[in-house]
Design a protein around this ligand. Structure first.
Ligand SMILES: *Cc1c(COP(=O)(O)O)cnc(C)c1O
Length: 385
């Protein structure tokens, strides 16, 4: 089976992990801040907090922004469930803004309309989580303008998008947001085995995220609320978690960061090759906006049944049978049984729901060979003819 995504591990990556195993620190020693600094300096954001997953990063970002019961978080339905679950972890409520049928990202016009209504009904969100789907940035300068007008905070879920750019700056600069979150799961652009990073510009926000990462504990005497004891003394000031990244993970992530630009270049080459090879087929191909460089975490095509005479489900089945590991990103979050039980109805995000019946993710990963890519395009052509 040609997988839809796959990590790229070199001997240098392996050596970096082995070196940690032979060192004094397995968890949060020197490798973790080194990795944090590498991600921060690549993206041009001053503060960086590494954790054990992007899910944890979203959670501590929400906590640090003081999202809690009675508050609302809005996100895109076309995402992994973690983009919404982070609100529920904090006791807040979630709602969804429909997607733009061209970029599959949160639709800024739909957001404007929803905010206009929300202002009148007292339901403006405290936090907005735009998701840079497949590696292409949302229109962050527009969203930033709305945040200033309506007074909400922004967490960019850039789990797909490290190495991508928006308006000539790296995604993760936090120029348009309070926090940006990356995932280092093996199918993503850069891997740490598992892992996440939250970037931000506000030092106090970074400090709060660091506390939530480690049980709500601080060891900084300047921050103590009670009288310090001896050198053993620490204070738990919030209810935090154990979301720490290990040095084993951080060493792998750090070693991989050196190849980030290569990964993104290769992914863009493969995407361009798909654009050419699939142009004549009855498919909707990815559309990239002029202000964006996508990291191409995913290459998604849409199968238009009326043009091709076959359904997405038939194409999906044929390709899997032919050894091509296609996938679907995403089942709209609000249509999941758990979210249906919370009261979300079908039909509330019609663009995301229609897209989800037509979308097909085809394989794309840096080590994909020209031969594998030809197999994918010819099998896809067969399935559509
Ligand atoms: C993968 C992913 C996450 C969760 O990342 P983990 O590191 O697996 O927790 C969150 N949001 C999006 C959009 C993702 O693709």
């Amino acid at each position: 089976m040609i997988p839809y995504g796959r990590q790229d591990i070199t001997q240098a990556d392996i050596d970096a992990v082995v070196a940690v195993l032979k060192s004094d620190y397995l968890t949060q020693g020197p490798a973790t801040p080194r990795f944090e600094d590498a991600v921060a300096s690549y993206c041009g954001a001053p503060h960086s907090v590494a954790v054990n997953s992007a899910t944890s990063a979203l959670h501590i970002a929400c906590l640090a922004l003081e999202l809690g019961p009675g508050d609302l978080l809005w996100t895109s339905p076309n995402s992994f469930v973690a983009s919404a679950n982070c609100a529920l972890y904090c006791g807040a409520q979630v709602d969804f803004v429909d997607i733009d049928p061209k970029t599959y990202n949160m639709d800024v016009e739909a957001l404007k309309e929803k905010l206009y209504v929300a202002e009148r009904t007292g339901t403006v969100p405290k936090v907005l989580v735009p998701v840079h789907f497949a590696g292409q940035s949302c229109d962050m300068s527009e969203i930033r303008g709305l945040a200033q007008r309506y007074g909400f905070a922004i967490i960019e879920d850039a789990s797909h998008a490290i190495g991508g750019r928006y308006r000539d700056e790296p995604i993760g600069s936090c120029r348009y947001s309070d926090v940006t979150v990356f995932s280092f799961h093996p199918v993503k652009i850069v891997t740490a085995g598992e892992g996440g990073v939250a970037l931000c510009r506000d030092p106090q926000l970074a400090e709060r995220m660091r506390r939530f990462r480690s049980h709500g504990i601080t060891r900084d005497p300047a921050a103590f609320q009670q009288c310090a004891g001896g050198a053993w003394y620490y204070e738990q000031q919030d209810l935090g978690f154990n979301y720490r990244m290990t040095d084993i993970q951080a060493a792998l992530g750090y070693s991989q960061m050196a190849r980030l630009d290569q990964f993104v270049t290769r992914r863009n080459q493969l995407a361009s090759a798909y654009d050419l090879a699939l142009d004549h087929l009855p498919l909707t191909l990815p559309w990239c906006g002029p202000k964006c460089l996508s990291s191409f975490h995913l290459y998604v095509v849409q199968i238009n049944e009326s043009a091709s005479g076959v359904t997405r489900d038939q194409v999906f089945h044929n390709l899997r049978e032919a050894g091509v590991g296609v996938n679907v990103h995403y089942i709209p979050i609000h249509t999941q049984p758990y979210y249906r039980r919370l009261g979300f109805d079908l039909g509330i995000c019609p663009q995301a729901e229609r897209y989800a019946t037509q979308a097909l993710t085809i394989p794309l990963f840096p080590e994909m060979t020209a031969e594998q890519q030809e197999t994918v395009t010819s099998r896809l052509g067969d399935a559509l003819s």
